[in-house]
Design a binder for this molecule. Structure first.
Ligand code: PRX
Length: 567
């Protein structure tokens, strides 16, 4: 029996108070995500229940009960407090998917600071831009990532502590560096949790737009209300579930549902900190008897590519419920999963800014493969005209997705960028920046983004950031970055580059430029293809027309070129 008995019944008379009540939260009282995800679960009699089962790339396993999570997050909270970190200071988690990331996140929230998770594959430039914007006070990392921080340390006087969780004992550390070994630290059974309230800031996630630097999306502790209930009704988390969310908490899915949604519902969750391979993923499901699996279309397409023979080697009969997020889930993937796993992946749609699932397919609801489903109860979503910002009177029209603001997990602002935040609202609607249509049964059909942001394997990459990095390469005069179609990742980064005088296009130069971007930004942002061209298409005012290059890549109509300079 699923948690959401009937989608239609839930829509009627829905009130977020349902979640408040289940969580014993009274408006105005203290609400702290760290407490709800550990202490409260222990108080509910589940102290000895496994909360986190972690497996590393070498197969080593670590297990934490909810009581372990409670005590260990207390220990980290106390350590940060003793360092002099204050409530609302930004504390960055720059870690692989290791236990310290999950438990550290809760520890930061328990002492009232703001958790700023960043993808550990980020290069020094990506890291610097985000730490500088947030004026981060401390960063928690591993020794293998520390050199990237050290490289930019001098430019960050506000960064008071570089905390290394696996420092070599006895090896001297530089000024501002400190070792913290969670396994060896004196355990803190009691910690006075900082009395955060609904609007106290909790998490700062960075997301990329078409123009300008990445934006810091500010969330608050009240987001728990949405994250708890969507995890319960959409992911259908139940007491005996063994849950696997494949997302990295460097991105929002990994925090909203890989930490908050999972732990606040008191389930056992498994984490695999290893690179992707179909064999290894199926082995992991078999070994831990995973029942609920939340993943992404790119991973599903990779599994499809790996074929069906490999599936036959494993017993995957534990799987009860599957869901997906991050990119369009093509109908083939839904039909394939139903055939090979006996369950369809249910598509869910949301974004960093929304903090929780907005539109989704629900257990028990008729699934239309290729559709994102319907709005979550309590969410008013529609499609509006891109110029008038008015909802369409007929179904089937393509327009902008629009959501009425006011759900608990909605971002509260972009960090130090209120102006861009305000621009996300029109005519009383919040605009996520995506296009869709709605059919006559109220199902949403995703069409594409309404900007130039590249969605590669579910990760947003800003063409602006990649172009800026390319321009720092010695040989590059100008650059334009667009998405290129790809079967597995849906889109990959492609760069068009003009060279400075004296440089000649070659395979070596191509590789050198790719590596340059990978190191500076991240492997995701690295162009998979570089095309050297003589001139870039520009408007008469000198603006590069990415649109033309994009249309060429996708075999689409080029459209109006009347403003093209060299027309
Ligand atoms: O364009 C939409 C796409 O991913 C964007 C959000 O990316 P991010 O903030 O990184 O969060 C990703 C995980 C929540 C959206 O604006 N997107 C997300 N889910 C879907 C999707 N596109 C199509 N179908 C989806 N289910």
């Amino acid at each position: 029996m699923s948690n959401i008995k009937s989608y239609h019944e839930r829509i009627e008379n829905f009130d977020w108070k349902i979640a408040e009540k289940e969580l014993d939260y009274e408006p105005g009282n203290v609400i702290n995500i760290g407490w709800y995800c550990s202490d409260r679960i222990c108080q509910m009699g589940k102290a000895d229940k496994p909360g986190l089962i972690w497996e590393g790339s070498t197969g080593v396993e670590k297990r934490y009960t909810y009581n372990d999570i409670r005590i260990n997050s207390n220990t980290i909270a106390q350590f940060l407090k003793d360092l002099g970190i204050n409530p609302e200071d930004r504390v960055c988690l720059f870690l692989d998917k290791i236990p310290e990331l999950y438990i550290g996140f809760l520890g930061i929230l328990k002492m009232g600071a703001i958790a700023q998770p960043l993808f550990s594959a980020f290069g020094d430039e990506s890291l610097f831009i985000r730490l500088d914007n947030a004026q981060t006070t401390a960063i928690i990392t591993q020794k293998k990532h520390a050199p990237k921080v050290r490289k930019i340390m001098d430019k960050m006087p506000y960064l008071k502590h570089l905390i290394i969780v696996d420092a070599d004992p006895g090896k001297p550390l530089a000024d501002r560096e400190v070792a913290f070994d969670l396994a060896k630290a004196g355990k803190v059974d009691h910690f006075d949790i900082y009395p955060t309230t609904a609007e106290s800031p909790s998490v700062l996630h960075y997301t990329s737009g078409t123009t300008g630097q990445p934006k810091g999306v500010k969330h608050v502790h009240y987001s728990l209300i949405s994250q708890y209930l969507t995890a319960k009704w959409v992911l259908d988390l139940q007491d005996d579930d063994i849950y696997w969310c494949t997302a990295d908490p460097g991105w929002v899915t990994g925090t909203s549902y890989g930490i908050i949604g999972a732990f606040s519902n008191g389930v056992t969750q498994c984490v695999l900190d290893a690179g992707f391979s179909a064999d290894n993923w199926y082995r992991f499901i078999q070994k831990h008897r995973i029942t609920m699996w939340y993943s992404a279309p790119t991973a599903i397409r990779s599994l499809m590519k790996a074929g069906e023979e490999v599936i036959k080697k494993y017993d995957l009969s534990s799987l009860r419920h599957l869901a997906s997020v991050g990119e369009p889930l093509n109908s083939e993937a839904v039909i394939w999963s139903e055939r090979v796993f006996g369950k369809p992946f249910l598509d869910t749609y949301w974004q960093t800014e929304t903090g929780s699932i907005m539109i989704s397919n629900y257990p028990g609801m008729k699934i239309k493969p290729g559709s994102m489903g319907k709005p979550f109860p309590g969410i008013t979503a529609t499609v509006i005209h891109p110029e008038t910002y008015e909802p369409f009177n007929e179904t089937g029209k393509i327009g902008l997705i629009a959501i009425r603001p006011g759900w608990p997990a909605m971002m509260r602002t972009y960090w130090k960028n209120e102006e861009t935040y305000r621009k996300k609202f029109q005519n009383g609607w919040y605009l996520p920046g995506d296009r869709s249509s709605i059919d006559n049964e109220g199902y949403f059909w995703f069409v594409g983004r309404d900007d130039d942001v590249i969605n590669t394997g579910g990760h947003l990459v800003s063409p602006f950031e990649v172009e800026s990095a390319l321009l720092e390469h010695l040989a590059v005069a100008e650059s334009a970055v667009v998405a290129k179609p790809d079967f597995v990742n849906m889109e990959v980064v492609k760069a068009f580059v003009t060279l400075k005088p004296g440089f000649i296009a070659s395979k070596d130069l191509d590789l050198d430029i790719m590596n340059f971007v990978r190191k500076k930004l991240s492997p995701l942002a690295m162009p998979q293809e570089i095309e050297f061209i003589d001139t870039l298409p520009k408007t008469r005012s000198g603006k590069i027309m990415r649109r033309i290059l994009h249309a060429k890549e996708w075999g689409e109509e080029i459209g109006d070129t009347s403003t093209l300079e060299n027309d």
